[in-house]
Design a protein around this ligand. Structure first.
Ligand code: S3P
Length: 174
């Protein structure tokens, strides 16, 4: 274990903003896997899906995962919703699964002031029926790969971040 915290969870559950506040509160740096993929490939996630296909995107996720395992320590890592599936997820750090039910995630996304943009940039949210199926299929796997589960629905970001800090003990060395 390299002292990393890896935030997993379904699209739109708030992994990115939780990671940013967690970084701020713990005094650790943060990185985002989708940002790493975009800078490494010089393409937006949406473009990778449409031009190169989902399998190429998953390959890039696995590449990022190997790099994180080898090179990164004491960092807050936010992930894309499918990143939990990389084979070495538990070697990267302590996996924290952010949980909310599907309807609450979608409701929060649609009522966001930037809803259109948030939905447009996520190819797997194009069809809500398939997104729900994906959620149902992934839920047990998120739980299986995580060391810690934190409930997100109906709670403030401060509460969520404080719980992650308590459960993981991070920031004590910062
Ligand atoms: C994906 C989630 C996205 C992004 C890509 C695939 C997924 O990230 O990695 O569109 O498979 O759930 P967010 O979880 O940040 O939306």
């Amino acid at each position: 274990m390299a002292g990393n915290i890896v935030l997993t969870g379904f699209m739109g559950v708030g992994k990115g903003r939780t990671a940013r506040m967690l970084a701020e509160k713990s005094g650790m740096f943060g990185v985002d896997c989708d940002d790493l993929i975009e800078s490494f490939s010089n393409k937006r996630v949406k473009k990778i899906f449409s031009k190169l296909g989902e399998s190429r995107f998953r390959e890039l996720e696995r590449q990022v995962a190997l790099w994180l395992e080898r090179k990164v320590s004491d960092t807050i890592i936010s992930t894309g919703g499918g990143f939990f599936n990389v084979p070495n997820i538990n070697k990267i750090g302590t996996v924290v699964y952010l949980h909310s039910d599907f309807d609450s995630i979608i409701e929060a996304l649609f009522s966001h002031p930037n809803a259109k943009k948030k939905i447009r940039k996520r190819p797997l949210l194009k069809d809500l029926g398939s997104a729900r199926d994906l959620y149902d299929k992934r839920l047990p796997l998120y739980r299986q790969t995580a060391s810690v589960e934190v409930q997100v629905g109906g709670r403030s970001i401060e509460e969520i971040v404080d719980e992650i800090i308590t459960l993981t003990g991070i920031g004590r060395r910062a």
